[in-house]
Structure formats: C-alpha cells, structure tokens
Ligand binder design. Structure first.
Ligand code: AMP
Ligand code: MG
Length: 325
C-alpha cells in the first residue's frame, strides 16, 4: 500500500531532467524536460521540428511555403493550420508596426545575400540602390490576402514570403503543446536563442534566462526570471556580413530596403513564441522609441532594447532590471 501511495504521490517532474541537443530550422536546438518520460518527449519534439521545417523552410524543395510561393499570382491556395496561424499573427503585427515586420521581404533578403554557407555569410558587396528599389516594389504585406473561413491565402504575382522572422517562435509553441499533451509540466525549449519555458522548475523556482551581450558574445548582460513565457531576441550579431568595415545585418527595414541599424538587439517576452518572435523583429526595425511604444501597447508583452551606444531601454514592466553592458 505504501508503495502504491508513494507511486501516486511522486511528481513526474521529480525525475532528473532530460537535456537534448540538436540542429533544426537552421539553428541549434536545446530541450530541457523535467519529466520521467523526458527522453520520449524530447524525441517527439525533434520529430515535430522536422515536420515544421517541411512547412516553413522556403529553401526546402516541396515545403509548404515553397509551394505557396510558387503559386503567387495563381489565385487562392488552401494552407495548413500551421501556416495559416503564423500568417495571421504576422499580418496583425505587420499592421500594428506599420509594416516594420513584413514577410514579403524574401526577394530582398535574397538580393542582400543573407544566406549562410558553413555557418557564416561570405563577405560580399551590398547590392546597389537601383537593385534595392526594384526589389522593394514587391514588398508590401497589404497585398498578402488571407481568408480565415476557408483557410486560404492569395499572393500577388512576384511576391514571395520569408518565414524566418516568425517560424522559430511558432515552433516553440508547437513543442510546448506537444510536450504538454504528453504530460510534461516543466520544460525549456531553446531554438537558437528563441526560448519558451513551460511551468516553473520542479522546485517551484522560475527559469533563469540570460540575455547575450550584443558585442561580447560570450558574455551576458542581464538575467530574466520567467515561467510560462516565450522570449525572442533579434540581434545584428546573429547573421551579418562585413564589407569595407561596415556591418550589414539580416533584419531589413521594409521602408528603405536597407538593414535596420538603430539597435544592436531587442529581446521580447510574450505569452506565445510566435508573438515574441514577430514582435522582436518588428521592434528591431522600429528602434527604441517606436518599438517600445509598440510593445507597451500589447498586454503581457515586455522588452529590452540595446542601442548602438550599448544603452539599454526597457518597457515599464521591466523597470529595475539590472543590466550590465
Ligand atoms: P528574427 O531573427 O526573428 O528577427 O528574423 C530575421 C529574419 O527574418 C531574417 O533572417 C530574414 O529572413 C527575415 N527578415 C528580415 N527582415 C525582415 C522584416 N523586416 N520583416 C520580416 N522578416 C524579415
Ligand atoms: Mg523574429
């Protein structure tokens, strides 16, 4: 009887955490699951990431997004729940940010050559103004049409979508949902610095998330204590190339066609991964003042900006955060 009782009373979270590393969605994956079925759950999380790549990776032949892009100009296309859910959030954030987030930047991203080879972007000259203004003509989120009643999307001819600003965040939501369906109550999912934490740690304490110094990449400048939250960072150090002493980083300002350069990094906390990811990219483009106003306008959202002088600015819910840059 005592054995039965202790079996019933043992919390599944009390098992030693399972930590798993991998590579998916073009980035490093780290899973920490406090559950006695942690190994099984981690396996299914890695499978889930492979499935999501086949939805969101526009360079994967046959992926859903590459099929949708190929049908630009050919009318309405029915899409999966995953793709539709991400488009809805991205279009909402595009609208709220005045187009600072705009998934129709794919051609422009390609023109700038933000593609890694063996983990880095080779040095190359930036495109010229004429090429940029030509590609900029195709960038306009208002021309992406969605029909929720039929779960359909219509892209005009010449428009291609890049899901890089939002897919990792959405994947975190999928991982958390999957782990939760399998009974997990405490877990951390990290996709290249986009993080989602589920519950608290088994001892009841919050998860501690360190924020990377945007110029001294092996150092951290602040620590956030979080539970049940998603955190995304957009940074100019994550993917960039140098040319003649200038840094050209991968987040483009859809208003100019050039890399946004007011801030070095923006970290956004939000209730869902997809929202934190969409907002971090939008806030990076908007910069400190407008970016902060955008984050303040949304419930349950906070953010930390680091500008080019390495000054930090935080939203009102994070006042008192100790930052050390
Ligand atoms: P993130 O790291 O989440 O800020 O996303 C950056 C990625 O999104 C880039 O590598 C591009 O693929 C894409 N991207 C760049 N600029 C924008 C933009 N203004 N709106 C939407 N996607 C963008
Ligand atoms: Mg993002």
């Amino acid at each position: 009887m005592a054995w039965v009782l202790s079996g019933l009373l043992t919390d599944r979270r009390d098992a030693a955490p399972v930590e798993r590393h991998g590579f998916a969605m073009s980035t490093y994956v780290r899973l920490v699951i406090h559950d006695r079925k942690g190994a099984e759950i981690a396996d299914s999380c890695l499978e889930e990431l492979a499935r999501l790549e086949s939805v969101f990776d526009r360079f994967l032949p046959g992926s859903e997004i590459s099929r949708l892009n190929a049908q630009a100009g050919a009318g309405w296309v029915e899409v999966s729940e995953d793709l539709f859910a991400v488009l809805e959030v991205a279009l909402d954030v595009a609208e709220r940010s005045g187009g600072a987030l705009d998934l129709s930047v794919a051609h422009l991203v390609d023109l700038w050559g933000f593609h890694e080879q063996d983990g880095r972007i080779p040095e190359h000259p930036p495109p010229n103004d004429r090429e940029i203004s030509h590609q900029l003509q195709q960038v306009d989120f208002r021309r992406i049409e969605i029909d929720p009643s039929r779960r359909m999307v219509r892209l005009p001819e010449g428009v291609r979508l890049d899901m890089g600003a939002v897919a990792k965040g959405y994947a975190l939501d999928c991982l958390a949902a999957l782990a939760s369906r399998q009974g997990a109550r405490a877990a951390l999912f990290d996709l290249g610095g986009n993080i989602k934490v589920m519950g608290t740690k088994p001892d009841g304490s919050s998860w501690r998330i360190a924020l990377r110094h945007p110029r001294r990449l092996d150092e951290f400048f602040a620590v956030l204590a979080l539970s049940d939250k998603a955190v995304a960072t957009s940074g100019d150090y994550q993917r960039y190339f140098m040319w003649e002493g200038e840094r050209y980083s991968h987040i483009l300002d859809p208003r100019t066609g050039y890399p946004a350069s007011e801030v070095c990094s923006v970290t956004v906390m939000a209730p869902t991964g997809v929202l934190s990811d969409a907002l971090s990219t939008a806030a990076f483009v908007l910069g400190v003042e407008e970016g902060r106003a955008l984050l303040e306008s949304m419930p349950g959202v906070e953010g930390v900006f680091v500008d080019r002088e390495l000054q930090t600015t935080v939203t009102s819910g994070l006042e008192g955060l100790s930052a050390n840059l």
